[in-house]
Design a binder for this molecule. Structure first.
Ligand code: PLP
Length: 482
């Protein structure tokens, strides 16, 4: 049967076609991975270029699927910024692996909306097992239970909701608006904290005025003494401390807050402690990096993102909580049509979503395929490469480091002596390198200085890729001082 004739039939794509296109697509992706370095890292498209090339409405009749695949190549591919390119060093590099992609393929094929145990025993039971494995690898104590959400932003939202629920202010029932019996709730984090904290606070109705941003030291770490003062001032003013968010591996510079000291303060004041280690958490599996995570075991909740730096495709964020019952108390709400007789875990009870994607499968694949040794070796290599690059910066008179390198992120800038406006110069060379498609760097502001960020995290990254970036940067500086 021809593909198009089948369009008059009901049901799915004929199985012969599924097989044929399936093989074709896997071949396509395999070629793509092999040829990644031939693509410009950043899409060279102009804004709206793709949109303007697409029809204004859906096709009346079904099309040949081979034409659709051709359009992936013709229309979609030029609009792709290649996160998997080994010279993608902006933001945090993605680390996805082929086996992770296979996990997503199975998850899509099963298409379970994990909500009740009975609708999805596989997801309900695999997820806690995989998260116990990860918990052990991260050397976290047994009293942490894990749950998977899509992103760290959502994990943190759930954590702060738990912290609010723990205050026993009947906010679940009475809400916050129109109440005069509620004090101002306070959330403490550092001025380097990720914006997802602010978003969670907005969404939870606490208002941005409830956020207290604690200053950081010259290494961009939260000043614990200032936190202590802020809490005691707030208490004196009649405010109610709700939650402290500490970060291990901040987004800007990967700095590490003094979690042990912060945990002491939280314990003394009975404040919920959430640790955001969305990026760096993966490094907790590497024995020699364990010291960065000291005190984390005392947190009430921890977020880490295997989709950032544990070779798992987007999305998969893990929230570890000490009090799983509190999480359930915060979110459980069982409609009649969802009531079941079994005494089992139903994943819908642990968050905002009803249905959940079967995400644990891809992390299970990753852990089984690479093993703990394989994962540790790869993270270790990324950190070695980042330190190597930092050494080049340190040894060069034309560049300087702007932050320590605890993990695999290098914050630095060019500082040729002849250049007066270093901010403008660094922005210019970054934009030129990014526009060339050769590599992608991003930036941040540290101590008011325009800072280049180079993240090392791709599963394909090798020393030669860092040499390439280093050469590009040095050529730019050479051109400028000529
Ligand atoms: C990346 C990052 C986040 C946000 O991650 P999403 O999963 O994209 O929501 C939060 N906190 C830190 C420290 C991060 O590095």
């Amino acid at each position: 049967m021809k593909e198009n004739e089948n369009k008059t039939h009901l049901g799915d794509m004929p199985k012969e076609d599924f097989r044929r296109f399936g093989y074709e697509i896997v071949d396509w992706i395999a070629d793509y991975f092999e040829n990644l370095e031939n693509f410009p890292v950043l899409s060279q498209n102009e804004p709206n270029e793709l949109k303007n090339r697409l029809p204004k409405s859906a096709p009346e009749k079904g099309e040949d699927f081979s034409d659709v695949i051709k359009d992936v190549e013709k229309l979609i591919l030029p609009a792709v910024t290649h996160w998997n390119h080994p010279n993608f060093h902006g933001l945090f590099s993605t680390s996805t692996s082929s086996v992770g992609i296979f996990g997503d393929m199975f998850a899509s094929a099963f298409d379970m909306k994990a909500m009740l145990w009975r609708t999805s025993p596989a997801s309900t039971e695999l997820e806690p097992v995989v998260l116990v494995w990860l918990r052990q690898m991260m050397a976290l104590p047994e009293d942490f239970s894990g749950i998977i959400y899509d992103t760290a932003s959502i994990s943190t939202l759930h954590a702060i909701a738990m912290a609010r629920e723990k205050l026993n202010l009947s906010i679940r029932e009475k809400g916050m608006s129109g109440r005069t019996d509620l004090p101002l709730l306070r959330i403490y984090c550092s001025e380097q904290t990720h914006s997802s904290i602010d978003k969670a606070v907005i969404l939870l109705g606490l208002g941005t005025r409830s956020i207290v941003k604690i200053p950081t030291n010259e290494r961009f770490e939260m000043d614990a003494e200032k936190l202590r003062e802020a809490i005691s001032d707030d208490k004196a003013a009649g405010f109610l401390p709700c939650c402290v968010v500490a970060t291990i591996g901040t987004t800007s510079s990967s700095s590490v807050d003094p979690v042990e000291k912060i945990a002491d303060i939280c314990e003394r004041n009975k404040i919920f402690l959430h640790v955001d280690t969305a990026y760096a958490g993966s490094a907790a599996i590497v024995p020699e990096f364990q010291h960065y995570f000291r005190g984390m075991e005392r947190a009430d909740s921890i977020v880490t993102n295997p989709h950032k730096w544990l070779f798992t495709p987007f999305d998969l964020s893990v929230l570890y909580v000490k009090d799983l019952d509190l999480l359930k108390k915060t979110f459980s709400l069982v409609a009649e049509y969802l009531k079941v007789a079994e005494t089992v875990t139903n994943q819908m009870d642990y968050g905002i979503q009803l249905g959940r994607r079967f995400r644990s499968l891809k992390l299970w694949f990753v852990m089984r395929y690479f093993g703990q040794e394989g994962l540790i070796a790869r993270l270790r290599e990324h950190c070695r490469l980042a330190r190597l690059f930092a050494n080049w910066v340190d040894d060069s008179p034309n560049f300087e480091m702007l932050a320590p390198v605890p993990f695999a992120l290098v914050c630095f800038r060019a500082c040729p002596q002849t250049t007066e406006d270093l901010d403008a110069f660094n922005e210019k060379i970054m934009n030129e390198i990014n526009a060339s498609g050769e590599a992608y760097l991003s930036h941040t502001k540290l101590n008011g200085k325009f800072t280049l960020r180079l993240s090392v995290g791709s599963i394909r990254v090798e020393e030669r890729h860092l040499e390439k970036v280093w050469n590009l940067l040095n050529e730019k500086v050479k051109d400028a001082v000529k």
